[in-house]
Design a protein around this ligand. Structure first.
Ligand SMILES: C[S@@+](CC[C@H](N)C(=O)[O-])C[C@H]1O[C@@H](n2cnc3c(N)ncnc32)[C@H](O)[C@@H]1O
Length: 331
């Protein structure tokens, strides 16, 4: 597959890519090369499905049982490379939602919460369109309420369409900024998800162009935006609740850098271990955080950190006003 960067065919890594690789793998030039090569020579990686209905029959090929990680829950299935999950009748009916494997890996941090009483939980997904993490959280945790939010108006339609097609119940959409959520629902959610807008460096490993994604000004701008969203999202978390932060990029200034700043300004949060992701543990933070790399896994790339808020202080209710747009019956 030919790779394009800023519209031009890319035969060699750029200097900024090399700089990023050197920061990620400072002690291993061989690993730097393998990482860069996986960006320059994208492979067919195969998708995953999140089952959303009882029906689990679909005319697609799955990976062999030996290729399934032991921690993978029954709600997720891995397709063989080359399978096109958007092409079936079952997809149209909403029997499943396709996710790439990086999203499965980062989203699987939610499995660490399965021992909690999630059936009573209220979840906010702050950056929800087109809906992958909302659907995953709904299927893995079965919360009492899911508020799926997308601030960019033109992305709200696809979000509502996907959630409705997959038959999510007790789910409502909204279109508010993170700051508006912080002001209107402080200390109200058991879990707030921030699958953040980011520089998207892993898109290259999927064969997609993403001009400027390694440029320091793009990385810096995204890190700043993420910190703003994450701080506001933190305010929405109830005492003892959780904050989930993920990206699909490699830059340390986003990812670990953003969490480091959050922990400094919000000492009532601490990062939580996710035991099944231990192999992906980031060496770039002292707190537990996890990285997906394209040369090490089926996933094109990503980052996740799960945080918990100290269990003290008052929990607030969610105003009915925010529940005006139910998903069920809307499609
Ligand atoms: C990585 S995508 C989310 C993908 C989605 N969680 C999923 O799994 O399908 C990031 C989302 O953040 C939204 N976004 C962009 N700027 C934002 C901001 N300032 N505050 C909140 N969300 C923003 C984007 O519109 C986009 O839908």
């Amino acid at each position: 597959m030919e790779v394009h960067y800023g519209g031009k065919s890319l035969k060699e890594p750029t200097n900024l890519m090399r700089k990023t690789a050197a920061a990620l793998f400072p002690d291993c030039s061989e690993e730097q090369e393998r990482f860069l090569s996986s960006l320059l020579h994208p492979e067919e990686r195969g998708s995953a499905l999140v089952w959303t209905k009882e029906a689990r029959e679909v005319p697609l090929q799955f990976v062999t049982p030996e290729e399934i990680p032991s921690w993978l829950p029954g709600e997720i299935a891995l397709l063989a490379p080359g399978e096109k999950p958007g092409s079936t009748e079952q997809y149209q009916r909403g029997d499943y939602y396709p996710l790439d494997f990086s999203s499965v890996l980062t989203g699987s941090a939610l499995l660490a919460l399965r021992g909690e009483r999630t059936a009573d939980w209220k979840i906010l997904d702050l950056c929800a369109a087109p809906g992958g993490k909302s659907i995953l959280a709904s299927q893995l945790l079965h919360p009492a309420l899911l508020l799926s939010n997308e601030v960019i108006g033109k992305r709200l339609g696809i979000l509502r369409h996907n959630l409705a097609r997959c038959g999510l119940t007790e789910t409502f959409t909204q279109r508010l900024s993170a700051e508006e959520w912080a002001a209107q629902t402080p200390s109200a959610f058991d879990l707030s998800l921030v699958d953040a807008p980011c520089s998207g460096q892993s898109l290259l490993a999927k064969g997609k162009d993403n001009p400027g994604c390694f440029h320091p000004s793009i990385v810096k701008g995204n890190a700043r935006r993420q910190l703003k969203i994450l701080r506001a999202a933190g305010e929405t978390v109830a005492p003892g609740g959780y904050l989930f932060y993920s990206t699909c990029t490699f830059a340390i200034r986003e990812n670990e850098g953003v969490v480091t700043k959050l922990l400094k300004s919000n000492p009532d949060f601490s990062a939580v271990e996710v035991p099944h992701l231990e192999e992906l543990r980031s060496p770039h933070s002292e707190f537990p955080s996890y990285r997906v790399y394209p040369h090490r896994s089926r996933g094109a790339g990503g980052f996740v950190c799960l945080l918990r808020r100290r269990d003290s202080g008052q929990r607030n209710e969610i105003s009915n006003r925010l529940l005006s747009y139910p998903v069920s019956g809307s499609d």
